[in-house]
Each structure stands twice: as C-alpha cells, then as structure tokens.
Design a protein around this ligand. Sequence first.
Ligand code: PLP
Length: 406
Amino acid sequence: MSTGADYAPPADLVAQRVRGVAESATLSIDATAKVLRAAGEDVISFGAGEPDFPTPAHIVEAAREACAQSWAHRYSPTPGIPALREAIARKTERDSGLVTSPDQVIVTNGGKQALYTLFQTLLDPGDEVLVPAPYWVSYPEQVRLAGGIPTIVPTTAGEGFRASVEKLEAARTPATKALVFVSPSNPTGAVYPPAEIEAIGRWAARVGLWVITDEIYEHLVYGDARHVSMPTVVPELRERCIVVNGVAKAYAMTGWRVGWAIAPTGFASAMSRLQSHVCSNVSNVAQAAALAAVAGPLDCLAEMRETYDRRRKLTYERLSQIDGVRCPVPEGAFYAFPSFEGVLGRTIGGTRIASDQDLCAALLSTARIALVPGEGFGAPGCARISYVLADDDLARGLDRLVDALS
Ligand code: PLP
C-alpha cells in the first residue's frame, strides 16, 4: 500500500492562493549552503539572517524553569501571557519612548506571524500596500496572501536605499491603505535619520494611511545612527500605526519564535480573534524566555552589538576594495547590501555573469561562498551579505569574494 510519500498531487490541487507563493530566498540559500557543508564542502554562508551567539544564559534558565511549572503545560491566553504583554508594554516605553498598554500587545510566533496576522486583519481584496524596495522577502508575499496588492517603491544604493516622501506619494493611489516601513532595514542595513522618519510619518498621517513599522532590529544600530519609532515623533499616527517587534534578532533568539504587534486596542483584539483560530497561543516556555529577555537587563546586548559592529566595518571595508561594487555604509541590522551592477558582464569560473542570480550561483560554485541574490528582495543587480558569522569565517569569506571579483 502506498504511504502517500511518493504521491505528487496535480498542481491544481494546491489552492490558487498558495500556487504563486515563492519560497523564501533567504531560507533557501542558507539551506543549500548547509547541505553542501554537511557533505563536507568548505562553504562559507553569508545567507543566514540570524546571530551566531547563543541565547543569553538567564533567558535559557527562565525557559528551563517554566518547563517544570504546570501553568506552562496548559493553553494560555491567545494574545500572550499577561506578564509578557505587560513587560512588552514597559520595554517599549523604556527602549523607544512609545507609551502603550498591555491590551494593545499581541504576542505571536515571531515577528513574521505578527506581520502575517496584521495583514490578514487589515486588508480587503484590492487594497494596496506601499512596500519600499529592497524589501524583506515576506512583506509582498504576505500582502498578496491577504488579498492585497504590494506596490513596490524602488530605491537605489545612491539614495542609501531609503524611500522619500516624494517617491511614496508618487506611488500612492486611492486604493492605497498602508505603508510598510522598516528601519533598521533587512536587507540593506539602512537606518532612516529621525527627520526622514518624521516626514514620512507626517505624510502618512496626513493622507490617512496605516503604517506598519517593523522595529525588529531596533537595538542593532551603529556609529551615529539611532533608532526612532515613528509613532513617538508623529503622535497623530498612533490610531493607524502598528509596531512589529520581537526577541529574535536582538537577543539571539531566532529559534524561540516570539514576536509581537502593538496596535490600537480594537485592532489588537481583532488580531487576537484571528490568532485564536490559527495557533491558540504561542508556546508558554518560549513566552517565559521572552519575558526574561524583555524584562531583563540590556547589557547582554552590548557585547553582541560590539561584535557585529566590528564585523560590519570589516565587511564594508573589504567590499569597498572591489572595483565595480557599490555599497552604502550599513548603519543597522546585520547586513550589507552591495550593488554588483558594475561587475555584471564579467566572467567568473568560465561563466559570464549577466545577473545577480548568475553572480551568486558562480560565487557558490567557484568561490564556495553563499550570498543571497538581490532579485528576491526586489533589487536585481544587488546581493545581501549577512555578516553575523564567526570572525574567521567572515574574514575568509570576504577574501574569497574579493579574489573572485578581482
Ligand atoms: N522583520 C524583518 C525585517 C526581518 O528581517 C525578520 C526576520 O528575518 C522578521 C521581521 C521576522 O522575525 P522573526 O519572525 O524571526 O521574529
């Protein structure tokens, strides 16, 4: 009898909604690099969007304790355990100055699910959402899955990969309902200066758009850059603003899957109603860990940030040495996003490079380094380099990149 494992369904058995969904470009390149490494290849991956540090010990300990407590063995309230919602409200005021109440907070399986649920809650079919490019790969897919239409607003390396009010206004139509704003940015590492954040926020409030502000990299800013939360500088936006955040990036907790949205109360409870039918509650053990993270001291982040900053400088310095590569100084998150347009047309390992995909394929096969092609981020000609890998690997990988393109 067939187990079903070898059964390939006809394509139209998969719902139309899902047929066009692209696999996450970032997860897929990292998976390829991991397979090659497991097969004994000396591949260095710049693909992963996750810290290489372990989760701080006091956070792991809180989870260990929760495992033994009976409350954690049971269903808990859909929008999050009360202590965590309370701690998130307090942490938000501490870190960005935004005053919120616990009933505005909904705890989700990572920032990714906060975004998915909020788009499902916000959008009706045909609603347009402004998504500046280069964008994080899941925004357009999630907008489409909610029946919305992502309106991509391209930005260039020369513009520091930051969208201006003029560009956003030019892309707005009567059907535009929301703007997705992320600073510090994945994939570019761009951090908007406070004045630009305020200008975009004021414009959005004036024209009546919702703003989804993704603050998952808030603690990862370097040099003179600083993180500013849009609703703190544009209070009139608050009734149409949703803040997305989570513990994944700052606390080296990508695998724990805890994020959250902070929204106007009525909107947060609508998200919670939806979530009650999707996943009930986020794992209680993971919520206990997140509570220890957000209620705990911030100094555990300092060492990680200093390390990333050192790696950021090295990455930028080496990229700047390559003729034909243009890279704005990454000021936040842990990515550099060089434009390789100046090297297209060259030959690497016998292959003529016509696109960022060709480039990444050639770099993987000849130089044994994995970069994520810009195409998946809506930025052909570019590629993303995540610099959160061990110092030795980073240095060796950058040497290989410089050699391959020299
Ligand atoms: N937002 C941005 C910009 C991201 O880069 C990511 C993860 O890569 C997320 C949200 C989601 O993070 P998580 O679901 O791991 O909390």
